[in-house]
Design a protein around this ligand. Structure first.
Ligand code: ADP
Ligand code: MG
Length: 539
């Protein structure tokens, strides 16, 4: 065995591997450099899935000609000088490695402030002058041509293109003040206005329909937008979390966001979100990951609370699920956008009164409100009302219970029998009065007034399983959801007009009434305006 120092060439290739994993990493580093240079416009072009060409042009400060070759040396940076600087990094880059790493595994051409440099496999191939243009243009060709092992790890062209696009999309969503453009194989894939309007930027990135269903998040130290419950995705792909406009991966922040959607989205559904935390540079350590994907906070708990609270506040502005009527077929009638619509008076939320019209299709209530027609899923609606009520009791509210005419004996598994003692207070809080009844059974003497006597046994068993099985931080929510589910009117149960009216009133008053506690919609609105559009009553 012989120990020897690696040649610079090998050492560089190893270090480059950490920074430049795939074409998207090149895009990321070059876009970050452009933003650090104060660019207001960043144009990205990708060809051949990024192996052929990645080109980033910006209108930032540029690189002085006498420093152009310096920029491509490892550990050469203008952003950090002394050790203390590391404690408060305000730029996206700071390691001075990106340009060197990219140059080590590709052919690079860079033009700035009237000068030009070309490098191949880490060595300068050509230097000279270039026609002066604003900012900086960097072109990266033949990525990984000299490291065939890397090439083999690349995924399909479509996947690599998508990853590269995702980088630009994230930054475009985070920085509405910067004009982004992305061209993939000659086709324009993205263009934002750069006018500072985040909703407009999101419209460019995610589409107008998504942008329309986003709610602004505005708190001290947190900016962004999150989707209303009526808009969700089957994965976390449309969530961008950032610290000081740097996209980061953070399980804690992710959890804070998802926790705010508890009871508003179904299991397995995720919001669309762009959240940018403004943290004083001294409060966050960005130097914990070679690609700077992860960060460490001084006070993670405070960040968690900030995100959860601000998102909850934003969600307060959610609108009811509404029937989207498709625009009429082209050519047969004026387009919706051509029709001058009368201005609707804004609905005043306390004042909404729903008039029950009846029950249809086994379990939907039909009602008329000031703005149109509302269809209500009677079970989901009742579940929400009862869930809120039970949760309030579990958190310490009053507990009206009703003595059963005939006390019921309920058989329980040993773990659940134990739970009756352990959670005695919580059972009492929701209205259960339970006592031991020999081994493996309890006698129920009183139950919540809301629970129909014939469902007392199943409600109790489910409630006990929730109390015994849930994680402590959402135990009360789970318990409230299970007792609400068993106590609510079922889909298919007949309801007379008085019962319908009462449920509608309670629903209108209930908090978070847009969804049931499992995140399913409680009602669907068909607005008078949509109806007028559909029947063309606008002329
Ligand atoms: P870092 O960003 O960590 O400083 P890089 O290797 O990415 O390291 O870049 C090295 C230096 O080159 C930067 O510190 C910056 O001074 C300069 N630079 C790189 N790209 C640009 C650009 N697009 N505009 C202006 N300066 C740039
Ligand atoms: Mg950089």
């Amino acid at each position: 065995m012989t120990i020897r120092r690696l040649s610079p060439e090998v050492a560089d290739a190893i270090a480059a591997g950490e920074v430049v994993e795939r074409p998207a990493s090149v895009v990321k580093e070059l876009v970050e450099n452009a933003l650090d240079a104060g660019a207001r416009r960043v144009a990205v072009e990708v060809r051949g899935a990024g192996r052929g060409l990645v080109r980033v042009a910006d209108d930032g400060a540029g690189i002085p000609p006498d420093q152009l070759s310096l920029a491509f040396l490892r550990h050469a940076t203008s952003k950090v000088e002394r050790l203390e600087d590391l404690a408060a990094i305000a730029t996206l880059g700071f390691r001075g490695e990106a340009l060197a790493s990219i140059a080590a595994v590709a052919e690079v051409d860079c033009r700035s402030q009237g000068a030009r440099i070309r490098l191949r496999a880490g060595a300068v191939a050509d230097e000279g002058s270039a026609p002066p243009t604003p900012g900086t243009v960097i072109e990266v060709r033949d990525l990984f041509a000299n490291t065939p092992a890397r090439l083999k790890f690349l995924k399909s062209d479509a996947t690599e293109n998508a990853a590269a696009a995702q980088v630009v999309r994230s930054y475009a969503a985070l920085r509405p003040d910067v004009r982004f453009e992305l061209v993939v194989d000659g086709r324009r894939a993205l263009a934002t206005g750069g006018d500072g309007d985040r909703r407009a930027a999101l419209a460019a990135v995610l589409g107008a329909q998504v942008a329309e269903a986003m709610l602004p998040v505005e708190a001290d130290g947190l900016r962004g937008m999150v989707s209303e419950p009526r808009l969700s995705r089957g994965s976390r792909e449309a969530i961008v979390l950032a610290v000081n406009s740097r996209p980061v991966a953070s399980h804690r922040l992710q959890h804070a966001l998802e926790q705010a959607y508890l009871g508003r989205l179904e299991r397995g559904r995720y919001p669309v979100a762009v959240l940018d935390l403004a943290v004083p540079p001294g409060e966050v350590d960005v130097n914990v990951h070679p690609a700077k994907r992860e960060v460490r906070f001084k006070d993670e708990g405070a960040m968690y609370g900030l995100v959860q609270k601000a998102v909850l506040a934003a969600l307060g502005g959610s609108r009811v699920f509404a029937m989207p009527l498709q625009a009429v077929a082209a050519g047969t009638a004026p387009r919706v956008s051509d029709i001058a619509l009368p201005i609707e008076p804004a609905p005043t939320p306390p004042a909404t009164v729903l008039r029950p019209l009846g029950q249809v299709l086994d379990g939907y209530l039909v009602a008329e409100g000031p703005d149109g027609i509302v269809l209500v899923d009677q079970h989901a609606a009742h579940e929400r009302v009862l869930y809120n009520r039970f949760l309030a009791r579990l958190r310490g509210g009053p507990a009206p219970s009703q003595a059963l005419l005939l006390p019921q004996v309920v058989e329980l598994e040993p773990s659940l029998t134990a739970a009756t003692t352990e959670h005695a207070e919580r059972l009492a809080a929701v209205g259960f009065e339970v006592e031991g009844f020999g081994p493996g059974a309890v006698q129920v003497r009183a139950a919540p007034v809301e629970t129909p006597p014939e469902r007392v046994a199943e409600a109790l068993v489910d409630l006990l399983s929730s109390l015994a099985g849930a994680r402590p931080d959402d135990r009360l929510e789970q318990a409230a959801a299970s007792i609400a589910c068993h106590s609510a009117v079922r889909f298919g149960d007949p309801m007379d007009l008085t019962e319908q009216r009462r449920l509608l009133e309670e629903l209108e008053r209930a908090e978070d009434s847009i969804t049931c506690p499992h995140g399913r919609p409680t009602r669907l609105a068909l607005s008078a305006q949509e109806l007028r559009r559909h029947f063309r009553r606008n002329y």
